[in-house]
Design a protein around this ligand. Structure first.
Ligand code: FAD
Length: 469
């Protein structure tokens, strides 16, 4: 009996339980490009385009083309199932609230027609409905969550190999051609992305192999050095789109020893935790998990927000990070923390504004990870850094980019500054600036906020909500 496989955030053939469930039957593989709350931002759409092309080629190689269409999946999926006589639709489960609602409504429509949607766990290693505290509640603190969740991971079944061949369903309709997906940015500002990224399963596996070879052993140190290209895995967009399963990572690091591996696994567990939170607190992308923060005295200011977005704050490590994000659709984790803290605390802009900008510009924009991370930095999340811990971006730069290589790479106008002023050009004496060929205000902005004043202003604002919940 024919079946539908509905790809969403599992754009891969290997270790894909939904695909494994249908591989011996005539199958129609489908992807629906949808609009709606938190539909992919501009950078993610670029990624999605290329990932769909890659998946389409891989499926065609196995004997069945990918049917891509645009519209409302709640209507399209039941129609397609009926058109090929399928009573089963297989897909990978998602944690995003809009996706869960859409699945529930699609299920109702399918059932009315005598069919059903069968969801498989392919994006996460743990099941958010099953991992519980001793009191039977969802977790809200990372460490006990990670212990409870990881207990199940050492017995994860080995990854399922990709099918060798698929049987196409008879009467399969023809979908959009890549030129009709409507996902690529116009004008094409994503030109540099292709130098950095290879979306698709083959690209994901190549990245994983090269990280295991060159990055994992030194990950404990490398992950805190933004200038180091192989310091972290850069697998986040591949994981977000499900081009590689998290269980494949877990298994790939099984035989390894060392702190690099252990810390890397902890990061994967942060991802599981963020999605656990999103599942149980679907309001997380919009609302502070600590309600007291609803009354936080933000100072929304379009000019400040824009200076931050464009990498024109006058604080080099912040500007370098924001420009890296704009240019390649990704920013190093350490710098994500510094730029987010600066926006929220020194500039007192609502964390949701930063979250929205990251959503639009990151190729790895991920609702669970992005919302949980912004709330964590803001101090309003479930298991958050305390608000009063305010990063000094100059000191952070000096600590994690000591030689200034990262700043010089992304803010080349500062390249001539000596190391001791690379993170604080505004404090450099006139002769140093002259020698480096820089005039503050002309070649590089003066800081948009005095760091000491910004810090005390943030603490005063925080006092307004402190202890309120
Ligand atoms: P690695 O260090 O190689 O880590 C491996 C994997 O673990 C990552 O690919 C990612 O899937 C996961 N991971 C690592 N750190 C975290 C974390 N703190 N929380 C959850 N998962 C993590 N990550 C996203 O995937 N999407 C986002 O939209 C996103 N937004 C963020 C916003 C802010 C303000 C901050 C501070 C962090 C955000 N992160 C987000 C988390 C983290 O910065 C990225 O996952 C990481 O930088 C990706 O690079 P990598 O693959 O080289 O990471």
């Amino acid at each position: 009996e024919p079946a539908l496989i509905w790809f969403r955030q599992d754009l891969r053939l290997a270790d894909n339980p939904a695909l494994a469930a249908v591989q011996d039957r005539p199958v129609l593989p489908v992807y629906v490009i949808e609009d709606g709350p938190w539909s992919p931002g501009a950078a993610s759409r670029w990624w999605l385009h290329h990932s769909l092309v890659s998946l389409g080629q891989a499926l065609a190689g196995l004997g069945t083309p990918l049917f891509v269409c645009r519209g409302d999946a709640r209507r399209i999926i039941p129609d397609l199932a009926a058109s090929i006589g399928a009573t089963e639709v297989h897909a990978g489960g998602q944690t995003e609230p809009a996706a869960r609602d859409r699945d529930a409504e699609t299920q109702t429509a399918l059932q009315a027609a005598g069919a059903r949607l069968i969801l498989h766990r392919s994006a996460l290693m743990h099941d958010p409905t099953r991992v519980r505290t001793a009191a039977g509640k969802p977790f809200s603190v990372y460490t006990p969550f990670s212990r409870a969740a990881a207990m199940g991971f050492d017995v994860l079944p080995p990854p399922i190999p990709a099918p060798r061949r698929l049987i196409g369903a008879a009467a399969a309709p023809t979908g959009l051609r890549p030129g009709q997906f409507g996902l690529l940015p116009r004008p094409d500002w994503a030109g540099e992305f292709a130098d950095w990224w290879t979306p698709g399963e083959a690209g994901a596996m190549a990245r994983l192999d090269s990280f295991l070879e060159d990055g994992l052993a030194d990950y404990a140190q490398g992950r805190d050095q933004p200038a180091m290209e192989d310091g972290t895995s850069r697998l986040s967009p591949h994981l977000h789109f499900g081009e590689v399963s998290p269980a494949t990572f877990w298994h790939a690091t099984q035989g390894r020893r060392g702190t690099g591996r252990d810390i890397f696994r902890k990061e994967l567990l942060w991802r599981e935790f963020s999605h656990h939170l999103l599942w149980h607190r679907p309001e997380m992308p919009e609302r502070a998990l600590r309600p007291a923060f609803d009354a936080f005295p933000w100072r929304s200011d379009a000019a400040m927000l824009r200076a931050w977005q464009r990498g024109r704050t006058g604080i080099p490590i912040v500007d370098a990070g924001m420009r890296q994000l704009w240019r390649i659709g990704w920013m190093h984790n350490r710098v994500r923390m510094i730029t987010a803290s600066f926006l929220i605390k020194h500039l007192l802009q609502p964390w949701q504004d930063g979250e929205a900008w990251f959503w639009d510009t990151l190729v790895d924009a991920d609702l669970g990870n992005n919302a949980a991370s912004w709330q964590w930095v803001a101090g309003c999340g479930a298991d958050a850094a305390p608000f009063f811990r305010i990063f000094n971006p100059v000191l952070q730069g000096q600590k994690f980019d000591a030689g200034g290589a990262y700043v010089r790479r992304w803010c080349p106008e500062l390249a001539g500054l000596p190391d001791r002023f690379i993170h604080r050009p505004h404090e450099a004496p006139a002769d140093v600036l002259r020698e480096a060929g820089i005039a503050i205000g002309r070649d590089y902005p003066a800081p948009v906020v005095d760091l000491a004043e910004g810090r005390s202003r943030a603490l005063a604002a925080f006092a307004a909500v402190k202890g309120a919940d």
